[in-house]
Design a protein around this ligand. Structure first.
Ligand code: GTP
Ligand code: MG
Length: 196
């Protein structure tokens, strides 16, 4: 249960992040997939993390503290077409350095738009996370946009693709920031890690 969630700080380098003395959970994924919206949904706040219908809104590593005991971390998205190559390279490096070096990172939530077929950039991220032993879960977003049967079909297709390369599939969640679907599952998962 989230009693309190508050913004702590933003930084452009994980070395400038708050002390790594609390468990933290990061949200990554393509620009506009709904990372910031999901953080707001989980924390019951409309404007805690800044969202936008235009991709490329989140540009820094943003820390939100929950119940004074753990952190949610909002990150810039990848694949934002309008950003210059230089900017993209900078964001990708900032995020990747964070993912590979932050000691208190407990789990990365990789967000995937449930409406789309598997995207190269997401599959590449899954490979990178797996190869680097970074614990992650897959979170399908925008479930409110599909009918249940279309949703289940897309999730099954995604599993099929992952099975070509992985023996074991990561844990998966189906969510919607609109309908609040998946909220309890996701918070329960975080709690189980915090208590583990
Ligand atoms: P960047 O910060 O640019 O990387 O994007 P982001 O991944 O943080 O996405 P953001 O949360 O800003 O949401 C992008 C757009 O998708 C906004 O217009 C949101 O309202 C919309 N959106 C996010 N989640 C959902 C959802 O579950 N359902 C629907 N229908 N729209 C959503
Ligand atoms: Mg964002």
């Amino acid at each position: 249960m989230i009693k309190e969630a508050k913004f702590i700080s933003s930084c452009d380098n994980y070395l400038k992040a708050p002390a790594a003395n609390k468990p933290e959970y990061a949200f990554i994924g393509r620009s506009n997939v709904g990372k910031s919206s999901l953080i707001n949904m989980l924390t019951n706040q409309k404007k805690l993390a800044k969202t936008s219908s235009t991709p490329g809104k989140t540009q820094l590593i943003n820390y939100f503290e929950v119940n004074d005991t753990w952190y949610l971390v909002d990150l810039p998205g990848y694949g934002f077409a309008k950003a210059s190559k230089e900017m993209r390279g900078k964001w990708d490096l900032m995020v990747w350095n964070y993912l590979t070096s932050r000691e208190s990172l407990c789990c990365v939530f990789l967000l995937i738009d449930i409406r789309l077929e598997a995207q190269k950039s997401d599959l590449q991220m899954i490979t990178n996370l797996g190869e680097n032993g970074i614990p992650f879960a897959i979170v399908f977003t925008k479930a409110d946009k599909l009918k249940p049967n279309e949703m289940m079909r897309n999730v099954a297709l995604y599993k099929q693709i992952l099975k070509q390369n992985w023996e074991e599939l990561p844990i998966m969640f189906i969510t919607s920031a609109e309908s609040m679907r998946g909220k309890d599952d996701l918070l329960g998962y975080i709690e189980s890690i915090n208590n583990g």
